[in-house]
Ligand binder design. Structure first.
Ligand SMILES: [Zn+2]
Length: 54
């Protein structure tokens, strides 16, 4: 089954995988983790600012 890699965007022959290879999967997971870390950072700074304003 043809599928589009969620990492690099290339189409590849998939058996249910979302990535064409492990490198794409790993880099995608790294990106997601960075986004989560950034979101948590922003969250805590908002919370701090909010409590200071109070
Ligand atoms: Zn890929």
């Amino acid at each position: 089954m043809k599928s589009v890699c969620k990492g690099c965007g290339h189409s590849f022959e998939s058996n249910g995988e979302k990535f064409c290879n492990n490198t794409c999967r790993d880099s995608h997971i790294d990106k997601l983790e960075e986004m989560v870390i950034e979101a948590v950072k922003n969250d805590s700074s908002h919370t701090k600012k909010f409590s200071q304003d109070f």
